[in-house]
Design a protein around this ligand. Structure first.
Ligand code: TA6
Length: 275
């Protein structure tokens, strides 16, 4: 079944589209220039993830810590979220989405949780995802805001802010320590044990993308490169050089355990600056 049309957001400098499906911020352009990346081959069907924008990975990341969970990256991005509010504030538009167990096709019966996602679109993109444990027992999850960024040529970007950070290289399965800026010279799929601020310098588009986070322990850097891109039907073969994922969240050893009544927020702010 195809999806309902996305909500159209327009502010002084921004144009964006947000699907209630997955509470998925799909596109965001600032001053007419795309900042989020979207694949021309993405599908728009219930039950399938969109390829681009900011997919929400929850309550697990990838196949989960057991390595065998489906759907990949959890069910939040393929569930219909409820829009709880939409307000204009200063030069931004703020949408508040909510997901509960009754909305999620794959939630376990009797689970008592609630996820609230506040999306602020203006001169920056500001995302805040809060998970509440409304049950009587502790509740664990992984989470990531899996942001796809538009870059001029991924082979020419420099990613600063992770120097010295340990990471799991998901391509080689080795544990490494980052030395200097991250550059992309092959398939890259890394979970860093650090979050905070990451700056992507894009010499082709002549801009910096500044990502700052709160409540996250991990940063993921991903580019599929040639072969992986060709192997994904919803990813155009030549699109890989124009995109880069810089994701933030809590996964693997940094998965979150919420005590009854507790809540935890992960926040991701994306700003565009001239070089
Ligand atoms: O965040 C990187 C990653 O975990 C990669 O391993 C790759 O699987 C990517 O996410 C995309 O996952 P998806 O399920 O959206 O195709």
């Amino acid at each position: 079944m195809t999806l309902d049309a996305p909500r159209q957001i327009r502010t002084d400098r921004s144009v964006a589209e947000v699907y209630d499906y997955g509470a998925h911020v799909w596109s965001w352009a600032l001053d007419g220039e795309p900042v989020l990346w979207t694949s021309a081959e993405s599908v728009f069907e219930q039950g399938k993830a969109l390829r681009g924008g900011v997919p929400i990975c929850w309550p697990w990341f990838g196949p989960g810590r057991t390595g065998d969970l489906t759907p990949a990256h959890g069910f939040a991005r393929i569930s219909d979220w409820s829009l709880d509010g939409r307000v204009d504030v200063a030069d931004a538009e703020v949408l508040t989405y909510v997901l509960g167990p009754d909305d999620a096709p794959d939630a376990l019966p009797g689970e008592r949780w609630r996820v609230t996602y506040v999306v602020s679109i203006g001169d920056d993109l500001d995302l805040a995802l809060t998970v509440e444990n409304r049950g009587a027992t502790p509740f664990s999850y992984e989470v990531a805001l899996h942001t796809y960024l538009t870059v001029g040529d991924v082979r020419q970007v420099a990613i600063a802010g992770l120097d010295g950070a340990p990471y799991l290289d998901k391509v080689t399965r080795a544990r490494e320590v980052q030395s200097g800026d991250v550059t992309i010279t092959a398939e890259t799929d890394r979970v860093y044990d650090r979050a905070g601020e990451v700056v992507v310098t894009d010499p082709v588009l002549g801009r910096l993308l500044r990502i700052s986070t709160d409540g996250a322990a991990n940063t993921v850097v991903w580019n599929p490169w040639v072969a992986k891109a060709a192997a994904m039907p919803d990813f155009g073969d030549g699109e890989w050089s124009g995109m880069l994922c810089i994701e933030a969240g809590n996964m693997l050893e940094s998965a979150v355990t919420l005590e009854p009544g507790a809540s935890r927020t992960v926040r991701y702010r994306l700003a565009v600056e001239g070089t």
